[in-house]
Design a binder for this molecule. Structure first.
Ligand SMILES: *Cc1c(COP(=O)(O)O)cnc(C)c1O
Length: 363
């Protein structure tokens, strides 16, 4: 504790990312990174951007990238807001749309654990809405009128860490029932089989979508995320950004992200490879006795009826395999396992079989 701290620092409780251990032969299935590399075209563009030009500031509007993202989602370039990873985009969204006197924000009790961190940081009152018993988001909980109109609603779709998705029609019900609340849908994993709500942007000015290049585009290290919303919302987000950091995306990131967005063939091939590996992994986990929630993401959320997630997590870690375990009510019996290559999944399941055998013998 330093006496130089401002008042807020002592009380900060930051997000805790999955560990990034350095160990030979480590299998990292704990942070939902993509098992294959980014598009070779993105890597070429990144190399080509490493020139003398780095002495210049980047394009602060990231024009070429914004236009490419706008084309991808069939929206206007003035509906795209870019940030240094979607976590930064989310930070500006919470700041810009959710800090409203006397109004609260609704979110699922099991969701992306960064949301409550932003709420505490910005002192935004919030209410956790319990997921249904099957861990799905119950739409009706968000469509019943409340005495005070919420400032906003936020959830990931597909949800994290459950992997379960709402359909576009269900998202639309929430939008239609909350015309005076900002409804933020974090579509970090949408490319792995769920429906994007992007076609609804034209009809709902309360919709904000958040996307990242970290998951389905395999560029977690480059730090690029974006929001899609009405031009009026984006205009406000841009003013927040320019009051904070005019250049969140460096020129190397802009070039790499643009090439990755343009390489649709590689993108489709790789996301389908991950989805196929997921189905294999789910089948194998079920054979090992796990209960697995239906995933439309690049991870699975699974529990074993006979063994605690804590002991499985530790046993895997001892054998150089990292998965994610959240010590949180309702989900403490679950492991979140990132879908790797078919070889990665096989190694995981072989090791799990060994662990279950050993634990079983021990009684
Ligand atoms: C990974 C993830 C993010 C953050 O992505 P970055 O762009 O890497 O900051 C945001 N939301 C959810 C639900 C995620 O899983």
């Amino acid at each position: 504790m330093s006496r130089f701290w401002s008042d807020q620092v002592a009380g900060l409780a930051p997000y805790v990312p999955g560990e990034q251990l350095k160990r030979p032969n480590l299998l990292k299935l704990n942070t939902n990174e993509h098992p294959y590399g980014p598009s070779p075209r993105a890597l070429d563009a990144i190399r080509a951007a490493a020139t003398d030009h780095l002495r210049l500031y980047p394009d602060f509007g990231a024009t070429a990238l914004r236009e490419a993202i706008a084309r991808l989602h069939a929206v206007g370039a003035d509906q795209v807001f870019l940030g240094n990873g979607s976590d930064e985009v989310l930070a500006h969204v919470f700041n810009g749309l959710f800090r409203k006197a006397g109004r609260i924000v609704l979110m699922p009790d099991v969701g992306y654990s960064f949301y409550p961190v932003y709420c505490r940081f910005y002192q935004i009152p919030h209410e956790f809405i319990p997921l249904a018993d099957d861990f799905s988001i119950r739409v009706a909980d968000y469509t019943t009128p409340r005495a005070t109109v919420p400032a906003g609603i936020i959830f990931a779709n597909p949800n994290a860490p459950t992997g379960i998705a709402l359909t576009r029609a269900e998202v639309e019900q929430i939008l239609a029932a909350n015309p005076d609340s900002a409804v933020v849908v974090d579509e970090a994993y949408v490319d792995f089989g769920a429906q994007t709500a992007a076609p609804l942007l034209g009809r709902y000015d309360n919709l904000v979508l958040v996307h990242t290049l970290s998951k389905s585009r395999a560029l977690a290290g480059l730090r690029v995320g974006y929001a899609l919303a009405s031009p009026q919302i984006v205009e406000g987000l841009l003013r927040i950004k320019d009051s904070f950091n005019s250049y969140p995306l460096d020129s190397v990131a802009q070039a790499g992200a643009l090439a990755a967005i343009q390489d649709t063939a590689y993108f489709d091939q790789m996301r389908h490879a991950v989805m196929a590996a997921r189905e294999q992994l789910v089948g194998r986990l079920i054979t090992l006795g796990f209960q697995v929630l239906p995933s439309q993401t690049n991870f699975v959320f699974a529990r074993h009826p006979d063994h605690s997630a804590t002991s499985l997590h530790l046993a895997l870690r001892e054998r150089a395999i990292l998965v994610r375990h959240f010590k949180q009510a309702r989900i403490e019996q679950f492991l979140r396992i990132t879908v790797g290559t078919p070889g990665d999944c096989e190694r995981l399941c072989d090791v799990l079989a060994e662990i279950l055998n050993a634990l079983g013998r021990g009684g």
